[in-house]
Design a binder for this molecule. Structure first.
Ligand code: IPE
Ligand code: IPE
Ligand code: MG
Length: 248
């Protein structure tokens, strides 16, 4: 097996990697287990990839854990996911503190059960001063929800006469997104062989490199993660310019 870690150019690491962690249900089915078991095993991949990202020196890791649309899943699955969130937060807090990782979340927290909200907030508060890496969990998140919330804020600022239409710039829009203090992800990974974005970070991934793999999330380990970064580093990011312009 190729050692993908050795192939990574540590001078050209993406600052921000976002991941659509997909395929827990199919992984469970393939193993003759209930879907909830797939989610439990998916947590191990979250640990592994968080550790790998922090070790490499990635500054921001955003993980799509639960979408606005996921609220429409069967009630027992939603409940299982919410209680898994609480227990995972309880278990992982000491590791986050020890490894100097700051936890943040993006999404509509108002829809979360109070226990989940409180647990999340307590972990966010207890890790707020950590510096090594930001682990950003998208929870009850969808991009259209975020963009709509941004539009509401602009409308309010306008009514309060704090801004006028000519002040609405790309920078202002970015500053009103949930990811205001983060760089845009240079790399977006989706597991499980689905080729779609599923309402994730539409504004922020305008120029991200997309990487899709058939590997199901519970099977996504460090080597798969390194492989994605190596692939990303082979790409030429032109941002609308010509090859000659970006390679000179
Ligand atoms: C991803 O795995 C986890 C969540 C969306 C919460 P899925 O549960 O979507 O797994 P599949 O896509 O059904 O296999
Ligand atoms: C996207 O996965 C959301 C998360 C990974 C949390 P889904 O499994 O919900 O997406 P679709 O339904 O395949 O688009
Ligand atoms: Mg899925």
């Amino acid at each position: 097996m190729e050692d993908f870690k050795k192939l990574i150019n540590t001078d050209k690491l993406p600052r921000h990697i976002a991941i659509i962690m997909d395929g827990n249900g199919r992984w469970a089915k393939n193993n003759g287990k209930p879907r909830a078991y797939g989610h439990i095993c998916g947590v191990q991949s979250v640990r592994t990839i968080t550790e790998a990202a922090a070790e490499l020196g990635i500054e921001y890791l955003t993980l799509y854990a639960f979408s606005t649309e996921n609220w429409n899943r069967p009630e027992d699955e939603v409940k299982a996911l919410m209680s898994l969130l609480v227990s995972t937060m309880e278990q992982e807090l000491p590791t986050l503190i020890k490894k100097d990782i700051r936890l943040t979340t993006i999404g509509d927290a108002n829809r979360l059960p109070v226990e989940v909200r409180e647990k999340m907030q307590s972990c966010i508060d207890k890790t707020a001063g950590n510096k090594r890496m930001t682990l950003n969990i998208a929870l009850s998140y969808s991009s259209r929800w975020e963009i709509t919330a941004m539009a509401k804020k602009i409308a309010e600022l306008s009514i309060q006469e704090k801004i006028s239409p000519e002040n609405v710039s790309e920078d202002l829009v970015s500053s009103l997104m949930c990811t205001a203090d983060m760089p845009d992800p240079e790399l977006l990974i989706r597991t499980s062989g689905e080729y779609r974005i599923s309402n994730f970070l539409l504004w922020q991934i305008a120029y991200s490199e997309l990487y899709f793999t058939d590997v199901l999330w519970p099977d996504f380990g460090k080597d798969e993660f390194y492989k994605a970064i190596v692939d990303y580093q082979k790409r030429e990011r032109r941002f609308g310019k010509t090859t000659e312009q970006v390679t000179k």
